[in-house]
Design a protein around this ligand. Structure first.
Ligand code: GLU
Length: 301
């Protein structure tokens, strides 16, 4: 059976981009008569706010995007992450932010910083002399991890040259998203991950972690970014696109109708319920380019 998930972070109210991703994940699961899980990703205490947790549930319900089971909050699962962390080949990294920038090479294609390996081979004496609490990185091999994304097709990254040794645990003890997401999806029996294409480049690292931990990997579908009619990125800062505002201005069917039309799932822009979209859904209809909202909808908001 297909098992999918919603994995929102309670760092703010859901905005239209999150709604689009949630709709795609939900339609995929419901069109296969699978099981939908909700997992609230409150891993990062600096960014998560308790008040948003319940809003996430209520906004999904209001949209008609239901789930079959809610997984425990990530903030309660440190013991589990620790168990898997202990199985991995990690090392302590003492670099400060400025040291990282000074020593890391920016990656050619997207400006991402690659860790130079400064703390990779420190001796126990050198570690002891650092006198600060370290973050923990995993040692990655010189290996290209490839996979076939259900929307974007073939994708691969070389762990050493495109990613570098990445953080699994921050110096304040918080486990990294990359580790938590792999443990949670694997232990939850998730068979398909549908999420925004901003996470496409995390997937090779995650697939490699699946392998290191002996987990069975799900299929991945990265959905295109939703942008305004003029092509500008939607962001949480744009209040008119968050659910507090949208719920005052629109019915759920109007929002879903707009998203389904923008994504090419329906031929006409008219109000529609989530259920009505189930038989029309296919990933094949999604473009690989940004999805533009209509000008009428943007003007209306
Ligand atoms: N919590 C992440 C987000 O809200 C999603 C992570 C994932 O789907 O893997 O962007």
């Amino acid at each position: 059976m297909t098992v999918g998930r919603f994995a929102p972070s309670p760092s703010g109210r859901m905005h239209l981009g999150n709604v689009f991703t949630a709709l795609m994940a939900w339609l995929s699961v419901r069109s296969q008569e699978g099981k939908m899980l909700l997992r609230i990703e409150d891993l990062d205490p600096d960014r998560s706010k308790a008040e948003y947790i319940d809003f996430l549930r209520r906004d999904l319900e209001w949209l008609g995007l239901d789930w079959d089971e809610e997984m425990p909050l990530q903030s309660t699962r440190n013991g589990i992450y620790q168990t898997y962390f202990d199985r991995l080949n990690t090392y302590p990294c003492y670099c400060s932010r400025s040291e990282l920038h000074a020593a890391s090479a920016p990656h050619a294609s997207d400006g991402k910083w690659i860790y130079a390996g400064t703390c990779r081979n420190l001796t126990p004496e050198e570690r002891a002399a650092k006198g600060r609490t370290p973050a923990w990185r995993i040692r990655v091999p010189e290996e290209t991890v490839r996979f076939t994304d259900g929307v974007f097709g073939e994708y691969g990254e070389n762990l050493a040259t495109d990613c570098g040794d990445f953080i699994l645990r921050r110096s304040d003890g918080v486990f990294a998203y990359q580790l938590a997401v792999v443990c949670d999806d694997a232990l939850g029996g998730v068979t398909e991950v549908v999420r925004g294409c901003d996470l496409l480049s995390s997937t090779p690292r995650q697939l490699w972690l699946y392998r290191q931990l002996g987990f069975f990997a799900p299929r991945f579908f990265h959905v295109p970014l939703l942008v305004a009619a003029d092509g500008k990125r939607l962001s949480k800062r744009e209040r008119s696109l968050d659910m507090a505002h949208l719920r005052q201005r629109c019915r759920p069917e109007e929002i879903l109708g707009e998203l389904a039309f923008a994504a090419g799932i329906t031929a006409k822009n008219e109000p529609v319920s989530a259920r009505e979209l189930v038989p029309l859904f296919s990933f094949d209809r999604l473009p690989r380019t940004n999805i533009h909202l209509t000008a009428d909808f943007c003007d209306f908001l």
